[in-house]
Design a protein around this ligand. Structure first.
Ligand code: ASP
Ligand code: MG
Length: 434
C-alpha cells in the first residue's frame, strides 16, 4: 500500500462544485488502494479577501491576529472537503496545522517549519481514514500561537507532510498541467516537461516561474521528497521534480522510455520570466574602498532583498563608478528615498529608479558541461534587436535584465534559439498555477 500526499490549491477548491471534483479525485486514489493525506489551501481568493478585510479595519493589523484570521481560510476548505468525502461514503478527518503537528518558528506571516509530529495523522490513517490537513499554517511551541508560512505556503505543508510520513509521492495539484519550458501564456510553443531536477526547478522558481513555491522545492530537495506537479482538471501525468539520485518514476512504472533514455539531456531545461523587479542605479559613486559597503548597508537596513548587482567603471567622470541593482518593485521606492536622503554622506551624483524592467533567465544543469550557452542567448536577443541592461550568471543559470516591453518577444526568441519549442501550441487555461 502506497502513501500519497495530495495538495490542492485555492483555484482547485474555489466553490462547492470544485470541492466535489477534488473529493472524487481523493476517493479514487483511496479506492486504488492507497493511504491518502491531503493538504488543502483556502477556497479561491479567500486569503486575499481576508487580508483586505484586515486592512479595512486596521492600518497595520497585529501579526498574531492576522495569522489567526488567515489560518481560518484553510479551516473552511478542510472541513468542507472532509464532509464532501463523507457524502461519497468514505471516512475522512480534517486537522488544523497545529493538530497535525506542524511545529514552526514564531515568525508570524513567514514562519518556517522546524518539526512535524504527525501523531494524530498516523492514528487516523491506521483507523482507515483519509486525512485532510489545513495548509499554510502551524504552531509555535514557545508562544503557543498559531502561525502562517507565508503566501503559497500550502505547497510547503504538503511536502513537509510527505517527508514526515515517508510518503511515496507528493502530488501538487493546480490549474496548470505541470512545469512548462516557459509560461505558455507568453510562449505558445512552450512544452510541458515530463521531469525536471529539483535543482533546476529551484532556479526556475526563484526566477519567476510560479507553478511551485521555492520553499516547498527546497524542503523537498533537503528531505528527498518526490514531487509530482499536475492538473486538477485532467488525469494526465504532470511533471516529476526529481531529487538527487531519484529514478524517474515513469521507469519504475515500467513505462517505455526508450525515446528518453540514452538521449543527451537538453542543455537548457526552461526559460523563466519575472516582472516583479525594479532597477536602481546609483550614478557616480566614488570609486574607493568602502563605497559599496556604505550603500548596501543602507539598502539592507531598508529591508530590501537584492537580486542582481552590477558595478561599472565609468569613464565619463574619472574616479567614479555606477552601481546598479535589482530588487522587488514594492521595495524600490523606499530604498531609492533612503539612499537619496543620504546623498551627501554617500557622495554619489544621482539615483535612477526604474521599474520598467523585466528579467529573463535560462536554466539548465547542462550548462556545467557545455560551452557557448550564453552566446546562444545573446545572439537571439541581438537578432531581435533587444538591448541587454544587466547580466548575471550562476552555475546553471544565465539571467538578463531587459526593458519590460521587450520581455515577451525575448522569451519567444530565446525559447526557439535553445530548441525548446514544441510542435503544437500548449493548451492555455486561464490558470494561475495556484
Ligand atoms: N491560502 C494561502 C495563500 O493564498 C496559502 C496557499 O494558497 O498556499 O497564500
Ligand atoms: Mg491561495
Amino acid at each position: 500500500m502506497a502513501l500519497i500526499v495530495q495538495k490542492f490549491g485555492g483555484s482547485s477548491v474555489a466553490d462547492a462544485e470544485s470541492i466535489k471534483r477534488v473529493a472524487k479525485r481523493i476517493v479514487d486514489t483511496r479506492r486504488a488502494g492507497n493511504d491518502v493525506v491531503v493538504a488543502v489551501s483556502a477556497m479561491g481568493d479567500t486569503t486575499d479577501e481576508l487580508l483586505d478585510l484586515a486592512h479595512a479595519v486596521a492600518p497595520t493589523p497585529a501579526p498574531r491576529e492576522l495569522d489567526m484570521l488567515l489560518s481560518s481560510g484553510e479551516r473552511i476548505s478542510m472541513a468542507l472537503l472532509a464532509m464532501t468525502i463523507h457524502s461519497l461514503g468514505y471516512e475522512a478527518r480534517s486537522f488544523t496545522g497545529s493538530q497535525a503537528g506542524m511545529i514552526t518558528t514564531a515568525d508570524h506571516g513567514s514562519a518556517r517549519i522546524v518539526d512535524v509530529t504527525p501523531v494524530r495523522l498516523r492514528e487516523a490513517l491506521d483507523e482507515g481514514a483519509i486525512v485532510i490537513v489545513a495548509g499554510f499554517q502551524g504552531f509555535n511551541r514557545d508562544t503557543r500561537d498559531i502561525t502562517t508560512l507565508g503566501r503559497g505556503g500550502s505547497d510547503t505543508t504538503a511536502v513537509a507532510l510527505a517527508a514526515a510520513l515517508g510518503a511515496d509521492v507528493c502530488e501538487i495539484y493546480s490549474d496548470v498541467d505541470g512545469v512548462f519550458t516557459c509560461d505558455p501564456r507568453v510562449v505558445p510553443l512552450a512544452r510541458k516537461l515530463d521531469a525536471i531536477s529539483a535543482e533546476e526547478m529551484l532556479e526556475l522558481a526563484a526566477n519567476g516561474a510560479k507553478v511551485l513555491y521555492i520553499r516547498a522545492v527546497e524542503y523537498a530537495r533537503r528531505h528527498n521528497v518526490l514531487i509530482h506537479a499536475r492538473s486538477t482538471f485532467t488525469s494526465n501525468e504532470g511533471t516529476y521534480v526529481l531529487g538527487e539520485g531519484m529514478t524517474d518514476p515513469r521507469l519504475a512504472k515500467g513505462e517505455d522510455m526508450t525515446d528518453v533514455i540514452g538521449k543527451e539531456e537538453p542543455v537548457v531545461a526552461g526559460v523563466a520570466i519575472d516582472r516583479s523587479q525594479a532597477k536602481i542605479t546609483v550614478v557616480g559613486v566614488p570609486d574607493v574602498p568602502g563605497s559599496a559597503s556604505a550603500i548596501f548597508t543602507r539598502v539592507s537596513k531598508a529591508g530590501a532583498n537584492i537580486d542582481m548587482i552590477v558595478q561599472n567603471v565609468q569613464s565619463a567622470s574619472p574616479g567614479r563608478t555606477d552601481i546598479s541593482f535589482t530588487l522587488p518593485k514594492e521595495q524600490a521606492r523606499g530604498v531609492a528615498q533612503q539612499l537619496q536622503a543620504e546623498q551627501s554622506e554617500l557622495g554619489f551624483e544621482a539615483i535612477v529608479h526604474d521599474d520598467q524592467v523585466g528579467k529573463l533567465s535560462v536554466v539548465g544543469a547542462g550548462m556545467r558541461s557545455h560551452s557557448g550557452v550564453s552566446l546562444t542567448l545573446f545572439d537571439a536577443l541581438s537578432r531581435h534587436r533587444i538591448n541587454i541592461e544587466m547580466i548575471s550568471t550562476s552555475e546553471i543559470r544565465i539571467s538578463v535584465v531587459l526593458r519590460d516591453t521587450d520581455l515577451d518577444e525575448a522569451a519567444r526568441a530565446v525559447h526557439t534559439a535553445y530548441g525548446l519549442d514544441g510542435g503544437v501550441e500548449a493548451t492555455v487555461y486561464a490558470g494561475t498555477g495556484r
